[in-house]
Design a protein around this ligand. Structure first.
Ligand code: NI
Length: 221
């Protein structure tokens, strides 16, 4: 059974702020979206939200009329009116945080390039001066690969080591010059060993491209 769509009414869109009134009939939903800007929600009614989350779970939130709250760029969810009454809020987005939005798009493209086994697409996301610190290696900070040539070789070697590899459950956020992506890696080595482990990357940006990918994985014992 499909839900009705929440109705957006844009009141202000001046390049600095976008102010959207969202009206929800009971059971209505926004559909899946990733917030590309920091934002403030001002409830116009009391209400109860059901939030669909990227990991397949859900959460509930209570709206109190006139009591605002703020969230950062990168929130990903589907918002559903979980109550029996119509519900409405104002969403105030700081749209001039364009750089953060472009950085989030870079992280989306980067994850897609991993799943597409596309080294050229990966390197298109990397800055002219870039580095990769692997999750394993002899040093406390993992094996370091400095410069585009070394980074490209390390990415290609990873695809060779894992003829099958997928990065699932990708989630991204950007705060200032730092990005964070978490994922579940599911792969099979050239020797046929299956690997399934959660991990994350912490990124430094240069403009909207990645200057450093610093990787971490759970240590399965
Ligand atoms: Ni939202």
């Amino acid at each position: 059974m499909s839900r009705p769509a929440a109705e957006p009414v844009v009141h202000i869109d001046d390049g600095r702020f976008r102010v959207t009134e969202w009206r929800f009939a009971p059971g209505a939903e926004t559909g899946w979206h990733i917030h590309g800007h920091d934002y403030v929600i001002v409830p116009l009614t009391d209400g109860r939200l059901e939030l669909g989350l990227p990991d397949g779970g859900s959460a509930e939130a209570t709206l109190s009329r006139g009591v605002p709250y703020s969230r950062r760029t990168g929130v990903a969810h589907n918002v559903v009116n979980g109550g029996d009454e119509p519900l409405a809020f104002l969403e105030v987005e700081a749209v001039d945080s364009d750089l953060s939005a472009r950085r989030l798009e870079t992280l989306d493209r980067f994850l897609a390039a991993w799943n597409g086994r596309d080294v050229d697409a990966l390197m298109a996301c990397m800055a002219d001066s870039c580095a990769f610190r692997a999750s394993g290696g002899p040093g406390a900070d993992g094996t370091r690969h400095e410069g585009r040539g070394a980074v490209r070789a390390a990415y290609a070697a990873l695809f060779e080591a894992f003829p099958e590899a997928a990065w699932t459950r990708g989630r991204h956020s950007v705060s200032g010059d730092t990005g964070l992506s978490s994922w579940r890696f599911v792969g099979v080595t050239a020797a046929g060993e299956r690997v399934e482990v959660d991990g994350c990357d912490i990124f430094d940006f240069d403009g909207d491209r990645i200057a450093l990918k610093d990787s971490y994985r759970k240590n399965r014992g």
